[in-house]
Design a protein around this ligand. Structure first.
Ligand code: GZL
Ligand code: ZN
Length: 343
């Protein structure tokens, strides 16, 4: 029934658009592509509702692009894409909308880990599988979602700690008093929880490392700059900034320079970041303003696509699938690395 209903709806859309319901100007890519496809009589579409976190960072932009490129008409999908603007209530509303429209699958990138039990129950009752992408959820019953694809955030946090440990040793500062601050991501998000926990495991091994303060920059550049400026006023000798995503890092570098300080291998404050998705993050390392960046791979859509194909064939899927991720720093051949990367 679901597929028939969607076929009727999609053909109706096609008739409407052929009747010029859109007026002038560029039509949404999905709709344009879809029209061409329907005329080629493609049998049925897999309809996917994607409740995205927002558009708060370069990682997010790359992650959304990955979904739009993968879940397109040529690949046999009809994608309903909802930007949650970093608000849980928007994402829950989007999911209820997807359930009403009887989509075939829901993909959720949950802005925070808690508060999803009820709407996941509703999706389950409607017989719609939910696949978690990027961030994860904490729920009573793990059967409320089919599986999760994303980064091992705790591993990312540990990698940042190990990189700092190694760098301080190499620069003869392993016995020094080291004073750190942390710009945290959205409180309660998997990325924030994992990165903070992972780094803390290494922090705890060094009695001479003192974490002065951790505060949320909400993964955005403006908030990151604001919080870093406050840190610089509160603490006069910060040695290390741990920033849980690049957009907060760009804001922090602004604040450090506005305070007349310097950062990166050529400066006096060590900065370690996460994501390493954008040109700007590699530029910051090449300019000597950023020491190291823990990669957070945004290209999750192909893995979600593969999961859906398996589910369509009635095959079972892994509950958790991690993406491959590396650690980059200012001392590597970053041009060569950028050459071979897909984003
Ligand atoms: C991590 C992702 C985080 C990124 C931020 O996978 O959820 O959210 O690190 C983004 O850039 O805002
Ligand atoms: Zn239309």
């Amino acid at each position: 029934m679901k597929k028939l209903k969607w076929k009727l709806l999609l053909s109706f859309l096609l008739v409407l658009s052929l009747a010029g319901c859109h007026g002038q100007g560029e039509r949404p890519r999905d709709e344009r592509l879809y029209e061409d496809d329907v005329t080629s009589e493609r049998e049925d579409y897999i309809v996917v509702g994607f409740a995205q976190v927002g558009s708060e960072s370069d990682y997010r932009i790359a992650n959304s692009a990955s979904f739009r490129e993968t879940f397109c008409a040529e690949n046999g999908y009809y994608l309903l894409f909802e930007d949650g603007q970093q608000k849980q209530e928007n994402q829950i509303k989007a999911m209820r909308n997807f359930i009403l429209q009887e989509v075939d699958y829901i993909v959720l990138d949950p802005v925070v880990e808690t508060g999803w039990d009820e709407v996941l129950q509703e999706a389950k009752a409607a017989g719609i599988p939910v696949i978690l992408s990027d961030r994860s959820v904490t729920v009573e019953d793990e059967d409320l979602y089919t599986c999760w694809v994303g980064s091992d955030f705790e591993e990312e946090g540990k990698k940042a700690g190990l990189w700092l440990e190694n760098y301080l040793e190499k620069t003869g500062r392993d016995e020094d008093e080291i004073r750190l601050v942390t710009l945290q991501g959205t409180p309660g998000s998997s990325a924030q929880i994992g990165r903070t926990a992972g780094f803390s495991q290494i922090l705890g091994r060094h009695p001479n490392w003192q974490m002065l303060e951790c505060a949320s920059g909400d993964f955005t550049q403006s908030k990151g700059q604001e919080v870093m400026a406050r840190f610089l006023k509160s603490y006069h000798d910060i040695d290390v900034v741990i920033s849980e995503n690049d957009n907060m890092t760009f804001g922090a570098i602004e604040a450090i320079e506005q305070a007349g300080r310097t950062c990166g291998p050529k400066g006096d404050i060590i900065v370690i970041s996460f994501d390493a998705v954008s040109e700007a993050s590699f530029a910051a390392m090449k300019e000597g303003k950023l020491h190291a960046d823990m990669e957070c791979n945004p290209l999750l859509a192909p893995m979600v696509d593969e999961i859906i194909r398996k589910l369509e064939r009635g095959e079972s899927v892994e509950k958790i699938q991690y993406v491959e991720e590396r650690c980059f720093d200012a001392f590597m051949d970053l041009d060569a690395i950028q050459e071979e990367r897909k984003y």
